[in-house]
Design a protein around this ligand. Sequence first.
Ligand code: ING
Length: 308
Amino acid sequence: MARVLTVGAAQLGPIEKSENRASVVTRMLDLMNAAKRKSCDLVVFPELALTTFFPRWYMTDQTEIDQWFEAEMPNHDTEPLFDMARQSNMAFHLGYAELCTKSDQTHHYNSAILVDKDGEIAAKYRKIHLPGHDEFDPDRDFQHLEKRYFETGDLGFPVFKALNSTLGMCICNDRRWPETFRMLGLQGVELVMLGYNTPVHYPRAPEHDHLQDFHNHLSVQAGAYQNGTWVAATAKAGCEENCDMIGGSCIVSPTGEIVAQCETLDDELITWNCDLDLCQTIQKNIFNFELHREPENYGLIARSTKGN
Ligand code: ING
């Protein structure tokens, strides 16, 4: 009996700085309703889905910065999403800015959770590859201060059993690093869920701007194929506070083929019936790690960033 997971990628269009979480959650509930009508088991929302992409602005006051974070999850604003999961018997992935306290220390992470069909948090991931910079950069039309506002994730790249599947998560820039998908692939992942906020304009290399959509799909298609896993990649898209961000949300099969793709830069749902057993056709053949991987020759990869 094939194990089929009906997956929805719920792309969000722009979220203005002034739009409150309740308004965004209403948009998300509309997408979850659409997903329910398509019998989805799971809905994947973008990175930092509850607010505008706030690392776009330079802030110095920690109280102001912390307003963009969730100190609890669920909370008053997000509880309706958890209720919807329970009522619809449908899981969802949510990217958000996590404020947490560990032994009296406050921490800030760019996080993602999986909420299962029972409305309980089944897994969490904290973004490891933080792009951008940590000080104000006057040469940029807009900032990208993820290194300023977030700490490097401390949970590694876990996979977890849920929805009768082996699932994993990563976030945005993580998808560009093959190590991300390989870490999940080595643990037998069958579906990687990820969200992204990707500006079209990359100030340090504007000559690549026209390649952003290509690099997005190149990254997730390679990750899927080279590890024999499904990938659901969901954008926060469109012109948000004068910053154009790519869309291109997609569902990619373990063969690396894009099976569904958003066509707009707005709130848009795509779905696919993902046959999880398709993963085996890759994981047992061309990328049979047991038979073909040569880790004794890969020492440099896990060593220092300089590769020396
Ligand atoms: N955003 C971007 C991403 O990795 C970026 C940063 C943009 C990198 C354009 C390279 C080119 O998709 C986040 N949030 O990581």
